[in-house]
Ligand binder design. Sequence first.
Ligand SMILES: Nc1ncnc2c1ncn2[C@@H]1O[C@H](COP(=O)(O)OP(=O)(O)O)[C@@H](O)[C@H]1O
Ligand SMILES: [Mg+2]
Length: 457
Amino acid sequence: MTKKTSLPKIGLLYLDYVLRFFDKSNFKGWPDKIEQVTYHWGNDKARFIAEVKRKKIDVLIGNIPATAYETFRDIARALPEVRFLPSLDSQFSNKSKENVTHFCRKYDLPIPHTEIFYIPEKAQSYLASATYPKIIKRSYGPSNYGGYFVHKVDSYEEAQSLLSEKRYYPVYVQDFVPMEADIRVMLIGHKPVCAFWRRPPEGEWLTNTSQGGSMDYQGIPKSVLDLATKTSKAANAEYWACDIALGKDGKLRILECATAFAAFPYIRDWIGQYLMWLLGEGRFHKPNIPIYNWEELGKIDARFLRTMRHIGFSTYTPSQDCGELFTDMTEQRYPIFDTQYRAGEEWPSEIWNLQDNFKLPAKVVPASAMQPVPGSDEVMSETDLPNVAFDESQIRAMLGEVKGVGDKMIDDILATFGATGVVEALNTEPEQLCVVKNLKAKKLEKIVDHWHAFTKA
Ligand SMILES: Nc1ncnc2c1ncn2[C@@H]1O[C@H](COP(=O)(O)OP(=O)(O)O)[C@@H](O)[C@H]1O
Ligand SMILES: [Mg+2]
């Protein structure tokens, strides 16, 4: 018997407290053992690297949350033989909105006019003479908090008061784009596999469905699918999602793009199949995913879609009864492409980690707060997945253990931020919590210390 060529050893990359996008079951039919490696928050690089080596993993599959991105750039350098999939370069846009902007600028992809300031005085002078309305967003950290960190300001005064309250850094300012709707497109191998409209509620501007926006799957313009495909190709991403705004001026602009997004399990199965084909040395079939399948699948109640697995399609075989052959009926030039492994780094951190490279000496951030601690951005969802990183009762209990933090304050904190908002603030800008009455620097320090002990436990 001849031995078949051996397959690369797959490992799934997990992080404590972060929702898992992939599960072994997404790789149905993969004959070999699929390993798992979990990153523990804190100082876990060396142990993680050793575990990957010990398990002889060739391909490490999974999304890296924003708060761990730079750590994983280091880890990837220490593991040059391991293929991260998606690559750290493809995941560059996951880290921050700022990175999305750099990525789109480099590839000449349309975005709202954006200014990013690391020097607060420059932001002030820009905002003093800018035209309004503008949108100010927090650049870094978990995305898709339903617009919680996205603000419309109508004047310089509003911008100033917002920034003095939120202290976002860098200051990320966009022109406000009046839009009809925005459209989420998900792609596998640069082929759109799911897309839906998100429309703002009557008279509102935020389209996030968690803010009352509505969604539907019908009639996504081809121009939108084409732009999403172009973006996915530019990122060399095996799987990808784009949020594209359709302006009232008729123009398309990219609002967000990343490899980290929420997707129904059957979409994750498709990604698994695609990756098996990509890595499988000719042993697996490329999945056949008809374009516009979402118009039909989208008619199914989301509660069912959430449970449906391994949805498959065969290729269309025309029947010959009338002798007519229809070709090119459905695919309309949207093939699934393979993605090529690229050695080298497109976005090295020495240059592109502006956030840490360009820290203002005046900005006091407790060292402990800069450590990567769990973010929950991987698959935050407005559509199908709950944010389960920590629920309200866990946050309540955690806060309750801090000396000097009483029930009243806990109520205030949760009323202001919600459980996810608290986690988020603790992981990125803990100072935000000081908007809560009587919560001053001293108490904040205790909370942050306790949080770190809590998440490392
Ligand atoms: N420049 C802009 N002009 C108008 N609306 C915007 C702009 N940027 C974002 N929005 C609205 O705010 C929503 C949230 O912004 P987004 O950048 O997607 O942040 P989040 O991480 O909160 O999803 C968008 O879906 C869109 O409805
Ligand atoms: Mg968004």
